[in-house]
Write a protein that binds this ligand. Sequence first.
Ligand code: C2E
Ligand code: CA
Ligand code: CA
Length: 611
Amino acid sequence: TALTGLPLKILLDQASSLVHEVLDVDYCGILETQPSYGSTKLISGMGWKPGLVDIAHLSGSDSYSRAIIVGEQPVVVHDFHSQKQFTMPSLFREHAVVSSAGVNIPGQHGPWGALFAATRTKREFTYDDVVFLQLVANTLSSAVMRNDTEQQVRHQALHDTLTGLPNRALLLDRLQQHFARATRTGVDVAALFIDLDDFKPVNDTLGHEAGDELLMAFAERLGTLVRPTDTISRLAGDEFVVVVEEPEGHSVSRAIAERISDGLSEPFRLSNGMVTVSASIGIALASTADNPETLLRNADAAMYQAKRSGSGKCAIFDETLHTLHLQHLQLKQALRGAIDHNQLRVLYQPIVRVNDHSISDVEALLRWEHPDLGLLSPKEFVGLAEDSGLIIPIGRWVIDQACQAASQWHRIQHRKITVHINLSPRQLSDTDLVEHTKSALQRHELPGHHLGFEITESTLSTDTEAAIATLNQLKKLGVHLSIDDFGTGYSSLSYLKQIPMDEVKIDRSFIEKLGTDQHDQAIVTAVVRMTDALGLQVTAEGVENQRQLRQLQDIGCNSAQGFLFAQPTTLEKITTLLEKPSTIPPVEGQRLHLSTDVSPPTPQWDFSAHS
Ligand code: C2E
Ligand code: CA
Ligand code: CA
C-alpha cells in the first residue's frame, strides 16, 4: 500500500523488480489484457531481451498465459517440458523458460492482467513464493482499479455526457497545445464553429428526448464526415466545434464545411420520425487569434455572420467581420438603455386617398436616436430588438405613443384618423398583446377602430394558429388589421379568408416600376381586383412620383402612401399637417427637403412608468 500513490506505470515497474529480487528469478513480467480481445501485452518486466517490455504482445493463443489471466487460481508449472497441460508462450520459448508461477490481477470489469515469475533452470515454486506473488498482485489490482476510476472521472470532466465528445475544457486544452507548438511547426489549424439551424423547433415541437437524439445522431454523423485525426467537440446545446490542420495553400476547412453541409442533406432517423436539419458554419484560423478563447470567439462570430445570410451557410472569419460582430453586440447593449434614456422616437407618415389627396390614416414608424450613430432606422435595430426580446417593451411604448397621438387628433382637432402600427413576429406571439392594446385604448380613450396593426405575411406564417387567435381577439376590440409588404412573402390571398383582415398594403417594390414595367403593372392590377372582390381595402406603398400616382388611379387603387405626399415626420409636424389644409398636394422630390426633418421631440411620456 505504500506504493499506491505512484503513477501506475512506475508502480508496475517497481512490482516487477521487487518480484525479480525477492524471488530471485531470471524473469518476471506483468501482462495486460488488450482491448482487442485475445491479446496481451508485456507491460512491465525484468530479465527479458532488451526492447521487449511494453512492445511484446502475446497472442493469447498459448494456453498458459490464458490460464493465469482468466483462472481464479495461481498457475504453477515446475517444468514446461515434462507436462502436457499448457502450451508455452512464444516469449517463454525464446527465453528458454523451464519453470514459471503466475497469478491474475483482477480489474474493475473482469481480469485486468497477470503477474508471473519464470526461470531458465528448473525451480519448484513454493507455497510462500505463490503467496508473495498473490500479495503483489492484489496491491497492483487495487492500484489498477483506482487508476481506472480516476481515468473515468477525468474522462467525465473533459467530455460531454450526451455525446461522449470532448467538451469545451478539453477542446481549449488541445487548442492550447496547438498554440504552444504553432511557432515551432508553422502549421496552422482551423476551428469550424457549427450551429444547427433548426434545433430549437425540433426541441420545442418534438420534445427534449427527440432533441437529445438529434444531437447524438448529429455528433455521430459529424464523426463520419471528418478525418479520424480531427478533433470534434460539443460546446453547449447545438454548438459543435471541429478542429482541423490547415496547411498553407490548402482549403481543408472549407472542404470539410462543404462535406458537413452535404452530409446533412440526408434526414436523421429519430424514434418518432425523420428530421432534416441544416447547419451554419463559421471558420476561423488559429493564426488570426492569440489564444484558444479568441479563436473560438472568432469562429463564433463567423458562424453568426453565416447565420445572418440564411440557413445552411458558411462564413470565414476576418477582421471586418469581427468589428461588425462587436458593433452588433455594443448596439444590442445600447438598445437596452435606449428606452430608459428616451432615445426612441415615433415618426408619422400620412396615408392619403388617391382621389382627393386627403389624409385618411397615419403610419407610426419607429426611430432610434443613437447618441453617437445618429438617427437609426428600424432596419438597423428592430432585428436586434427581436433577438433580445426588447421588441416587447419597445413595441408597447410605440402602441402607447401612437394611441396618445391619435386620441389627441380626435379630441382636439376632431380628425378621425386611424393610426397604424407595425407588429413584428415576436410581438404578435406575445400573450399580453391583446391586454396591453385594450388598456392603451382605454387609457387614451381611443375607439378601437382608430388603431391599426400591420403584419407581414411572414409574421403570419411563424405560428399561424396562435396568430389567428390573437388577431381575432384584436378584431373584437375593433382594431383595423393590414397585411404589410404584400407580394414579398407567400402572396397568397387564400389565407385572407381565415384571417380577419381589413386591408392589403402592396409592397413598394411593385409600385416602383409602375408605368414602366408591364409585369408589375399586371400584378398590382390583379391584387387590386382581388382585394376588391374580397371586400378589402388596398393601399400602395412607396409612391414617389406622379407617374406612379396616375397608374394607381387608372388601376383603381384608392389609397396611397409615399414620399410624393409626405415623409415620415414628427408628431408636431403631422399634427400641423392634419389641421389645415386637409389635403396634401403631391410634390415630387419630397425626400429632399423633408429628410432632415427630424428634430427630437421632447419626451412626453416616461416609459418606465408603464412598462
Ligand atoms: P414598412 O412597414 O414597410 O414601412 C414603410 C417604410 O417605407 C418606412 O421605412 C417608410 O419610411 C418607407 N417609405 C415610405 N414612403 C416611401 C417612399 O415613397 N419611398 C421609399 N423609398 N420609402 C418609403 P422605415 O420607417 O425605415 O421602416 C422600415 C420598416 O421597419 C417598416 O417597413 C416596418 O416593417 C418596420 N418598423 C417601423 N416601425 C416599426 C415599429 O414600431 N415596430 C416594428 N416592429 N417594426 C417597425
Ligand atoms: Ca408598415
Ligand atoms: Ca410595408
